[in-house]
Design a protein. Structure first.
Length: 282
C-alpha cells in the first residue's frame, strides 16, 4: 500500500453499526457527498457493533458501494480474519485484517506474524494481508523487538500503519519508522509477501523475492538467548554456487560483495538481522 501525498490523505474509520452501513449502501447521494466532497482516501470498515449479519455479506456490500464512487479510495476490511478474508476480499477491497487486534507485546507480534504468514499466497499488488497496525514507539517492547516487528511487517508487505503518537516518540523510534531501506522492501514493485521458511527452537529464517531477482532475508531470534542463525541459498531457490552481494538494511552497509552458499549471523534475543541479496552471474 502506497500513499502518494501525505498533505491530502483523509482517513475514515467506520464501525459495523447498522445505521452506518445503511448510510453508505442505501443513500448514494449522501455517499458521494461525504466521500467525494470530503476527499476521503482511505476507509477502514471495522467489525464492532454489527447486527449479526455474516461478515462477508456486510463487507461485500460495502465494497460494492465504494466501487460506485469515481475517486480512488483504499478500502480496508477489518473483520478480524474471522471468515478468512484473504480468500475473497481482494475482489472488493485493497487490504484486510487477517487476525484479531495486536497489542504492544513481543508475544502479540510473534503470534500475529505467524497467523498472517498463513495467507501469503493470496496477497499481491493491490490486495494486501493486514496483520494490524505497528506498535513501534508505544513503549511496551525493546528497541530490538520493535526493529523485528518493523522488519517482519515490511517483509510481509503489510500496510505500515503507524500506531504511536509521533509528537512524543524518541529519535530511535523515528529511525526505525523512517528506515528507507526497510520501507523499500515493503514497497517493492514485485509485491510478493515474504514468508517463514524455517523455524527451530525459536530461531527463524524468513525470506521473499524482490524485483530485479533480489531476495530479502530476515534472521529472527525469538528465543531468550543470543544464537547463530543460518540461511542457506537453497532455502530461497538459489544455487549454492551463486555469488551474491549482501546488504545489511539496519546497519546500512554491505556485508559481502561475493557471498556464496549461506549466510550466518549472531542474533540477540528477540532481535533480527535483515538483508537484501543481489545474485551475480556465476
Amino acid at each position: 500500500m502506497k500513499i502518494l501525498n501525505f498533505d491530502s490523505i483523509f482517513t475514515v474509520i467506520e464501525p459495523a453499526v447498522t445505521k452506518c452501513l445503511a448510510l453508505f449502501i442505501m443513500n448514494m447521494k449522501m455517499q458521494k457527498l461525504l466521500l467525494n466532497g470530503w476527499g476521503v482516501d482511505y476507509i477502514k470498515y471495522d467489525n464492532c457493533y454489527h447486527d449479526g449479519t455474516r461478515n462477508r455479506e456486510r463487507y461485500i456490500a460495502m465494497g460494492h458501494a465504494l466501487q460506485k464512487i469515481k475517486r480512488p479510495i483504499h478500502f480496508s476490511l477489518c473483520e478480524w480474519g474471522q471468515e478468512d478474508p484473504a480468500k475473497w476480499a481482494g475482489a472488493y477491497g485493497h487490504s484486510w485484517r487477517t487476525t484479531g487486534d495486536i497489542n504492544d507485546t513481543f508475544a502479540s507480534v510473534t503470534w500475529i506474524a505467524d497467523l498472517n504468514n498463513r495467507w501469503g499466497r493470496y496477497a499481491g499488488p493491490g490486495r494486501w494481508n493486514d496483520p494490524d497496525m505497528l506498535e513501534v514507539g508505544n513503549g511496551g517492547m525493546t528497541i530490538d523487538e520493535h526493529r523485528s516487528h518493523f522488519s517482519i511487517w515490511s517483509l510481509m508487505k503489510a500496510p505500515l500503519l503507524i500506531g504511536c503518537d509521533l509528537r512524543s516518540v524518541s529519535n530511535r523510534t523515528l529511525r526505525i519508522l523512517g528506515n528507507k531501506e526497510v520501507i523499500e522492501v515493503n514497497q517493492d514493485s514485485l509485491g510478493v509477501q515474504g514468508r517463514k521458511l524455517r523455524s527451530k527452537d525459536g530461531l527463524e529464517v524468513w525470506a521473499g523475492p524482490l524485483s530485479d531477482n533480489r531476495v530479502v532475508v530476515v534472521l529472527w531470534n525469538r528465543s531468550e538467548l543470543r544464537a547463530l542463525i543460518t540461511a542457506a541459498w537453497r532455502d530461497f531457490g538459489l544455487s549454492p554456487n551463486t555469488p551474491a552481494i549482501v546488504r545489511d538494511l539496519w546497519k546500512h552497509k554491505y556485508v559481502s560483495m561475493n557471498k556464496r552458499d549461506r549466510l550466518t549471523a549472531s542474533v540477540a534475543p528477540h532481535a533480527c538481522k535483515m538483508y537484501v541479496l543481489t545474485p551475480l552471474q556465476s
